[in-house]
Write a protein that binds this ligand. Structure first.
Ligand code: ADP
Ligand code: MG
Length: 411
């Protein structure tokens, strides 16, 4: 029995190893097709090497891939795996097909139900949750067996307890591996982004400064030239265009400058109220122009040390993005600054055009923009500033419905 158990365990490790060696850099861990393919292979292998207990019934770890895949992937992954389990069970044949079918149906109906809640849990809780599910399933399995045994003797109980321990311990072990892989991937991504930020920071501060002066001088002279009476219509147009382009260049330069280090002369110890109100006042004419209403509600009582200019710029970028997303149909931007536990929470809710999952994933990467005139530096700066403050950003968005951006900053 130990031998087959080890084989089963090895089979369960197989997808983990395959993922780690071949797919880690290419496919997200929660990709549904990935879960499905690896899940199906593992299920079939597990069912091919069942553990035969002396009591006469067989027992295997076939529900492991099912539990893990459907907790991470929901019904979309659970359903095909359910089919795989039952079709393969039919092919294997033998006694207990009906019981196995009923049991798998119950499991299929219940486990994927947890998917949404499961995905919101922290790593440790995910592991705990999966272990509880495994325990539940093995209890269900054991209780269906009682139907075959009139006398529940000592042997039955020993086997049951062993089976329970195996299920729970194996599940905890595999889940720790899965979550650790997930954690490593996230850490590597964050590290790469931090590196990128570093490079841009160093370059931007020096280069932007040097470019700004010639830009200002050129734009000044062009404005003077524009006032000249001897210019023809065409020449005036060229000057206007040049000024417009210079303006754009200046905008990019100031975006870059804002990315630099916090300046000591700008540091304040405050609660974000002034900044949020200032930005609201600055942006209101722009919002009105596009039939967007901006509501600000403030109830934060905590304070924090930050660079005033950077926070203003950061909020301005967020307000602007939200308004720009509602440019076609108008709408409302609700900004809410509160505190919860020991954190300051800034929530921006718009009912604009929203983002796809892929867009959310790329949000905050430098130069990522979907707008013709966009620089793709706005959100990059936001992420940068919030990270500097030790905070985090959660984005929820639905195409056509709107976007909610939740910034949590520890006070
Ligand atoms: P830019 O505004 O110059 O395009 P940003 O870095 O500010 O650059 O934003 C990057 C992209 O993220 C935008 O082009 C847009 O597609 C998307 N985005 C940001 N905020 C929102 C929002 N509130 N609603 C919809 N899309 C958004
Ligand atoms: Mg922007």
């Amino acid at each position: 029995m130990t031998e087959t158990l080890l084989i089963n365990f090895l089979i369960l490790l197989l997808p983990v190893i395959i993922y780690l060696i071949f797919l880690e850099n290419k496919i997200s861990l929660t990709n549904k097709n990935l879960l499905l393919v690896l899940g199906a292979i593992t299920t079939i292998l597990c069912m091919s090497y069942p553990i035969r207990l002396e009591l006469g019934f067989t027992f295997d770890l076939r529900y492991f891939p099912f539990i893990i895949a459907s907790l991470y992937g929901g019904y979309k992954v659970g359903f095909p795996l359910y089919i795989v389990i039952n079709v393969y069970r039919l092919i294997i044949g033998g006694n207990g097909i009906i019981q196995s079918f009923l049991l798998s149906t119950v499991i299929f109906l219940l486990v994927p139900l947890l998917h949404k809640r499961f995905m919101r849990l922290s790593s440790t809780r995910k592991i705990g949750c999966a272990a509880m599910v495994a325990l539940g399933i093995i209890l269900l399995f054991i209780s269906t067996l009682t139907m075959f045994y009139e006398t529940l003797n000592r042997e039955y109980w020993i086997v049951s307890i062993n089976a329970m321990t195996i299920y729970v311990v194996c599940m905890i072990f595999i889940m720790i591996l899965v979550e650790q892989i997930h954690h490593n991937i996230l850490r590597r991504e964050r590290y790469a982004q931090a590196e990128q930020i570093n490079v841009i920071n160093n370059l931007s501060a020096s280069v932007s400064h040097e470019i700004r002066n010639p830009l200002t001088v050129t734009s000044g002279f062009l404005q003077l030239l524009n006032k000249s009476k001897t210019l023809t219509e065409d020449e005036k147009m060229y000057v206007d265009w040049s000024l417009k382009e210079l303006n754009r260049a200046e905008k990019i330069v100031s975006d870059f400058l804002a990315l630099g280090k916090p300046q000591s002369q700008n540091m304040v110890h405050s609660n974000f109220k002034e900044e949020a109100e200032y930005v609201k006042n600055v942006i209101t004419p722009y919002a009105n122009l596009h039939e967007v209403t901006v509501n600000l509600s403030f109830s934060n009582t905590l304070s924090k040390k930050y660079d005033k200019n950077q926070v203003q710029q950061c909020l301005l970028n967020l307000y602007k993005n939200a308004i720009e997303s509602m440019i076609d149909n108008g709408g409302t931007l609700n900004v809410d600054v509160t505190n919860h536990a020991n954190s300051i929470i800034i929530k921006l809710e718009d009912n604009g055009n929203g983002m796809t999952k892929e867009q959310i994933r790329r949000l905050g990467k430098p130069y990522y923009s979907t707008k013709d005139e966009g620089t793709g530096l706005g959100m990059f700066m936001v992420y940068n500033t919030v990270t500097k403050l030790g905070g985090k950003i959660d984005v929820k968005s639905e195409v056509g419905k709107g976007t909610t951006i939740l910034i949590t900053i520890p006070a």
